[in-house]
Design a protein around this ligand. Sequence first.
Ligand SMILES: [Zn+2]
Length: 508
Amino acid sequence: MLNFIGELQKRSPLIRLESFGKSEEGRSLPLMILSDSPISNPRDARATGKPIVFIMANIHAGEVEGKEAMLHLSRRILFGDLKPLLGKLIILIAPIYNADGNEKIDVNNRSAQNGPIAGVGVRENSKGYDLNRDYIKLDSPEARALINLCNRWDPHLTVDLHTTNGSYHGYHLTYSQPLNPNTSAAILSYHRDKMLPAITRAMLKNHNFRSYYYGNFPRFTNLPTPGEKTRWEAFTHQPRIGQNYHGLRNRLTILSEAYSYLTFKRRVEVTESFVEEIFKYAAANALEILQLTKRADDETVSGFSSNKTIEQGVEFEMRPLPKPVDILIGEVVKVKNPRSGKDMTAMVEDKFKPVRMDDYGIFAAKRSVVAPRAYIFKPEKNLEGVIEKLVQHGIAVEELTAPLQTEVDVFTIANATRAQRAFQNHREMKITGTYQKESMTFPAGTIIVRTAQPLGRLVCYLLEAESDDGLVDWNFFDSYLEAGKTFPVYKIMQTVNTASRLISNDAR
Ligand SMILES: [Zn+2]
């Protein structure tokens, strides 16, 4: 792959290669920068006034074809029919995000996938972390490098390329968008009401590929039996996965899932076509995308600093779209992989049938809390990890330069529950409790995190006591979590007038 990129570089001045970090095993993580004038840093990219579109492939290194598709697509952008795109977009491509996982290629990995028959890599990084569950806790050097890339380049649109081996549906590719209800409403509706329908139509019209929102039937690969009432279910609202994380950062993002039972060649084709249509859409709607993301940032800042009550969900549920939809049910057959001797599952491309059912494609908050103007906590030894994570996420963190006496909402823990089973080397924590108002005095040096910043929605998700995917959940507060104790992060609900200074750079 690096040889291929090297050959592109020899033949074109319009591509630059940088490394955005190192994998756990020390491999360089390549980032291709494609633009019609040489761009070496984010400031120059911003100055062009073009949207920055970021494509990442191989986060799950058994789901490989995004990497091949992006090499082929890069060649067309630099030398072929797609060259005009560079007049409208800055294109960033990380073709092999999980570089270590890719090297563990074996015919026994994802053996039911319909090729490549010589094998694929593994899902996890070399320490066993699933990089698409690591967006909040940032345990892996790969995830920290990726978020640093997001802080530096701040892409307007991110596309994450996968392969799905879920239910036997009739689509060549399924996709998803941010699903967390705490996301900007304008960002959520732009995906569902405008961008994704347009790309779906273009996929069918220009490439004859069927695509729809990612989902599964409840019994997964089992097809519904005749007459059975079934439904189509989206995955999760949690920002530990990329699509939801980028949404909370007020940015557009598309998850792409080529169908695992298509042949490898067809998966390369459908993934390439999908990204091509995303690029064409972004190029045709460049100004709108720039304005939408800017407005989402501005509204986050003004909303959290206004007198309006802004609620943030802490418990969520999946809900159906207002009307049932036709979901395509597909057919598969078994094909022997001559290298592994194992059965692969193969899509019968032309056999599909629409069945009307509810599409549980959206999430809603079941319970919400009121967002504060700021979170405030003492810089105790056990909270250094919290400060470190906030800074890694690109959040502006400040410290008081003078004492502050203020009324705060104090959360008293009624229950602290640790998950029975380990997940991603953690045992997730949940706390419940109640708030009461207290007047407190905080000395100089106390940490204060204001919500009136572009990443304000992410601030709430990370620091809310009852957040279902925040820093409590991922064990950053464990030493404080006991029934009867107070949670060490307090909420300031009114305007904060105090002297403070930044201890992190606001990345934007
Ligand atoms: Zn995946």
